[in-house]
Design a protein around this ligand. Structure first.
Ligand SMILES: Cc1cc2nc3c(=O)[nH]c(=O)nc-3n(C[C@H](O)[C@H](O)[C@H](O)COP(=O)(O)OP(=O)(O)OC[C@H]3O[C@@H](n4cnc5c(N)ncnc54)[C@H](O)[C@@H]3O)c2cc1C
Length: 545
């Protein structure tokens, strides 16, 4: 059943499993556990759609390296959504596989290493594909042979390779225009199947406290609706799936601020940013080289999905140059004189000024009409399949995404200020260090060597990346991928949850989401979050609770 807690404050609230949060993690847990005949109550703080009031509950404070920041490197409010489906209502759908190196304890990355290996997640990635709607089976350079085309360049500087990001959501037979878009997980909850189920998705229900009376078992959770009706939820198992920033916040606020599972003072610590941005550009010798390169590294149709090759670096290279696991992908701008660019300008005029404001010269109109194939190819974004390529400018953005380094002082903690339910707001203090900056420069240096080898041009840093600039993050921001804060470790002194995602020292509390990541790769988190949720659901089924 899908129930509004604002309308039904007297509903019965006893269950086998209480899941907190209806994003990617919570939805999968609800789906699998309720189908396993368990009585599940999923609590979602937001409603069916986001409102200013529910989004306000996401407010908090930002610091960088211990200091309050004037310029935001992320947004606690707009980078997540409180409503059914959570932040999957906003996500871009990029899915990649974590790599073996991400799970390894690496000498050049302090405090790296997961208590599980990639092999232990592989089977669960397989099941996770159904939820994110992808069919691709490989995500590395082997995908070129699946596509039936040779890799566009044979990198004889053995360092550089390609990995693919596959977009969630299927393409129809009509191609890109009918791409369904990234899966919004709320659709698995607002469904006829759930309407008939005994399990309950309770929205407008914010978990405000977990109560364990200082013992090793959660007795009940307290929830509140917009009218400030308060109730208790009793369950045999509680699972926090409230998102990367919120899982640690809930744990720190538990037991009326005394916290839970925090004997080793690890909750909120080892927060990993996901540095990304464009501190450098590739200046190609001419438009023909830029166009050729750009389209070779754009989307390809893979089964019913689309996939884009990214530049990545082999494990041996990472070790040799002490690199953080990183990727570079290309973003170009259409040539000012291309039909696509003219059509985009016309589109913007109509969009923002109405049809009467549309102005186009006769020569531009001639260009639009004569280059219809170019336009259509662009519209379908299937250029690498059709072979038609819109002309690009010489300058190509080199976007970087890299893993963050695990640091105890990089953390989420509680502010004294409270939200409307009386829960302390969070303070996010992201620590960005020299290793992250150094690795960024080295990755671009390796890319520059490859660019020279193939005659693609030269790499040029933007002013904010300059060593003398006052920009502490060198132009990188924190992607909307908050990780760490309830990290996974076999050692209760070094982590918050064990390899099965159970909170150390608490018999019936689990955490699922990117907050459990000990390290976070360059890879986007959601596909791995979904795999961990599948794995946790199976683990709990195995316990026969
Ligand atoms: C613009 C943007 C683009 C992105 N693109 C990508 C991408 O391409 N690829 C990728 O992998 N990831 C991407 N992400 C990240 C992705 O959205 C998240 O990784 C994913 O949604 C996390 O799932 P989750 O279930 O852990 O948390 P969420 O989706 O954030 O869900 C958490 C839920 O918990 C609820 N909640 C919080 N506190 C409480 C409480 N106290 N009581 C009850 N409920 C509560 C929230 O309302 C929310 O619905 C993107 C994010 C953004 C903002």
């Amino acid at each position: 059943m899908l129930i509004d807690f604002n309308q039904h404050p007297d509903i019965g609230l006893d269950c086998d499993v209480c899941v907190v949060g209806s994003g990617a993690a919570g939805t999968v847990l609800f789906d699998m556990l309720s189908k396993a005949k368990l009585k599940v109550i999923l609590l979602e703080s937001g409603g069916l759609l986001p409102t200013l009031e529910t989004q306000k509950l996401n407010e908090g404070f930002l610091r960088l390296n211990g200091r309050p920041v004037k310029e935001d490197y992320t947004s606690l409010v707009s980078y997540r959504q409180r409503s059914l489906g959570g932040t999957t209502n906003l996500w871009g759908g990029g899915c990649e596989l974590f790599e073996e190196v991400d799970f390894a304890s690496r000498t050049w990355v302090k405090d790296s290493g997961w208590p599980i290996e990639l092999a232990e997640l592989e089977g669960f990635y397989g099941e996770a594909k159904r939820y994110v709607e992808i069919t691709a089976n490989v995500f590395d350079e082997r995908l070129w042979s699946v596509l039936g085309i040779p890799p566009p360049y044979k990198f004889n500087i053995a360092d550089v390779t390609t990995s693919f990001t596959v977009k969630s959501g299927f393409l129809s037979d009509h191609g890109y225009l009918n791409w369904a878009g990234p899966v919004k997980f709320g659709r698995y909850l607002n469904s006829p199947e759930v309407a008939k189920s005994d399990s309950i998705v309770l929205y407008n229900a914010t978990l405000t406290n977990l109560n364990s009376d200082g013992q090793g078992t959660v007795h009940f959770g307290e929830i509140c609706n917009a009218k400030l009706d308060k109730r208790k939820v009793r369950a045999r198992i509680f699972i926090l799936a409230a998102g990367g920033w919120e899982n640690p916040r809930i744990m720190l606020n538990a037991n009326r601020g005394a916290g839970i599972g925090n004997e080793a003072d690890c909750v909120g610590r080892y927060y990993l940013g996901h540095p990304y941005g464009c501190p450098a550009e590739l200046i190609c010798p001419n438009k023909a080289v830029a166009t050729e390169l750009f389209w070779k590294f754009q989307y390809y149709k893979v089964g019913n999905n689309r996939a884009q090759p990214y530049f990545t670096f082999k494990r041996a290279t990472q070790e040799r140059y002490q690199l953080l696991n990183s990727t570079i992908y290309l973003k170009g701008s259409y040539d000012e004189d291309s039909a696509v660019r003219k059509a985009m300008l016309l589109r913007d005029q109509i969009k923002y000024g109405g049809i009467s404001s549309a102005k186009i010269s006769s020569s531009d109109m001639a260009l639009l009409l004569s280059d219809l194939d170019d336009l259509l190819a662009n519209a379908y974004r299937s250029l690498s399949i059709s072979g038609v390529r819109a002309r690009m400018m010489e300058k190509i953005e080199l976007n970087l995404v890299q893993e963050g380094t695990p640091k105890r002082d990089s953390r989420i903690y509680l502010s004294k200020e409270k939200d409307r339910f009386g829960i302390n707001k969070l303070v996010l203090d992201w620590h960005f260090d020299e290793q992250e900056i150094e690795s960024m420069y080295r990755v671009y240096k390796l890319f520059a060597a490859t660019a020279r080898q193939f005659g693609w041009g030269r790499v040029q840093f933007r002013p904010e990346a300059d060593v003398n600039s006052n920009n502490p993050t060198r132009g990188l921001r924190e992607a909307a991928h908050p990780s760490g804060g309830t990290r996974m470790s076999n050692d209760p002194k070094k982590g918050v949850v064990d390899r099965n995602l159970r909170v150390h020292g608490v018999s019936n509390l689990y955490v699922c989401g990117s907050s459990v990541f000990p390290t976070n790769s360059w890879v986007s988190p959601t596909f791995t979050i979904v795999s961990l949720a599948v794995r946790l659901a199976k683990h709990l089924q195995g316990l026969k609770i």
